[in-house]
Ligand binder design. Sequence first.
Ligand code: AMP
Length: 291
Amino acid sequence: MTRIAFSTRMQVIGSISQLRTALDERRRRGVPIALVPTMGALHEGHLQLVDQALRHAAVSVMSIFVNPLQFGPREDFGRYPRNVERDAELAKGRGVEILFLPSAEEMYARERVITITPGPLAHRWEGAVRPGHFTGVLTVVAKLFNIVQPQVAVFGQKDIQQVTLVKEMVRDLDFPVNVVVVPTVREADGLALSSRNAYLMPEERQQALVLVRALRALNSAFRRGVNTGRALESVGLQIIASVPAVRLDYLAVVDGRRMESVERAAPGDLAIVAARVGGTRLIDNIVLGSV
Ligand code: AMP
């Protein structure tokens, strides 16, 4: 773990047992605890999760852990952006009280035998492109829930399939955690904030805007009365196709609970998209009917 000297209240903790001790003391005082799990390279999206956490609880614990278990062998685990000093400053400035920065050895001290096996939702969309990804995500989230034992855990709408699966896990495995979802935070031009945006060259960043353009056009068509899933998808697909440098993984109109393609779209359904721009994989989504 990187050592950082702080003069403020934020505690930086790398060990599970120390974190438990620090939290037990607060729990004895009856202080509600909120958890914000992240992989670091913090941006305003992550920080709005902290704002939301502090609306629900007195203590905000942020974890920063680039979880090897959720990356495939050919994915960007090795080059995922890491900047712990900057992250710590941002977290502290936004009111995080405990920053949990475990090493991979701390989180996975022994050979893994037990992991979380999610249901069919984990095999669609992101799960189809990234086999095993959601097993990795849910296993680390379950571990964090057991380590921190928060009343509230805050996730972003940006990773809609992830938070939908976390909610399923919480229901099916009876975690006493209230899962709160924060709307996607965007740049002024609409690009969804993502740690991976740092990979984009200036030209690629412009090309990446086609994702949000496609989602917004699709949503406008829905609001004008186009309501078959297929017609809406073709609105989005045409726009994506106008930028050939963007290679689409999927674009679909799905329901919000099971994330299955819908024949007839209704308000609250989702349009989801994933594509590669250069070497960078980006995802985004929009709630149909939203303004
Ligand atoms: P990550 O560090 O990418 O694993 O993301 C950590 C958390 O931040 C997840 O719950 C994400 O959904 C959330 N998040 C990431 N980007 C955004 C964004 N642009 N707006 C809102 N939440 C976000």
